[in-house]
Design a protein around this ligand. Structure first.
Ligand SMILES: C[S@@+](CC[C@H](N)C(=O)[O-])C[C@H]1O[C@@H](n2cnc3c(N)ncnc32)[C@H](O)[C@@H]1O
Length: 213
């Protein structure tokens, strides 16, 4: 389901900063060679991640769900000169692809890849984080929130992707559709949580920005 009018999206993209050549190539190759290219962060969302990162100048970022590394590179654009981005991916077959593009980035020494299940690995990566980008398996969003929220710095930002879940959040949920059930609960949990202030942006598949108070 396309949540945003295509022409509006095209216009918005045309009137925004352009992605780098590395990102353009990464996107092209992901579409040509990698399974499920729909999982890629979109160019417009990528520019937003980059801008947010540049505003915060983070020392430490955590990304949950690297895929081919588009979001990693966008977020790395704003890193403090001594900052690092930790990114976790369960699919080890994606590592060579990620490296090919990370190695072309001037931030390559600031990117720390972790391979394995994020539910285990988050516990091993010390905070505090200035930004956490949550973009992995939706059925675990609440579990991830419990693990990461204590590690986010006061004033830090949790960015959660796919929170509109192709519009399924508006529909009656099938009892077997665990992902939609969790996303709905996750959105309510964020909205009610007193330690975060949240804005849910209807960008692409829905992006929540939650600032820790
Ligand atoms: C939507 S994609 C991430 C897109 C990426 N952030 C980007 O900017 O293009 C989700 C990724 O999460 C990974 N993933 C799913 N479950 C995971 C888990 N339990 N631990 C770590 N990664 C996981 C998937 O293999 C997939 O590559």
């Amino acid at each position: 389901m396309n949540l945003i009018n295509e022409s509006i999206l095209e216009y918005s993209l045309k009137k925004s900063n352009k992605e780098s050549e590395i990102l353009k190539k990464l996107r092209k190759e992901t579409n040509q060679k990698v399974l499920h290219p729909r999982m890629l962060t979109s160019p417009l969302q990528g520019r937003l991640l980059s801008l947010i990162s540049k505003l915060i100048r983070p020392k430490k970022i955590l990304e949950i769900g690297t895929y081919t590394g588009y979001g990693t590179l966008c977020l790395s654009e704003g890193l403090d000169s001594n900052g690092t981005i930790h990114t976790i991916e369960v699919n080890e077959e994606l590592i060579d692809f990620q490296n090919k593009f990370f190695n072309q980035s001037d931030k390559k020494n600031q990117i720390i890849q972790h391979v394995g299940n994020a539910l285990n690995l988050i516990k091993k990566i010390s905070g505090p984080f200035d930004i956490v980008f949550l973009d992995a398996d939706k059925g675990n969003y609440i579990n991830y929130f419990e693990l990461i929220s204590p590690k986010i710095k006061k004033g830090g930002l949790l960015i959660s992707d796919n929170v509109l879940w192709s519009g399924k959040v508006l529909e009656k949920t099938d009892k077997d559709d665990l992902d939609t059930q969790v996303i709905k609960k996750f959105n309510s949990l964020l909205q009610k949580n007193k330690t975060f202030e949240t804005v849910l942006l209807p960008i692409r598949d829905g992006l929540s920005l939650s600032r820790k108070i």
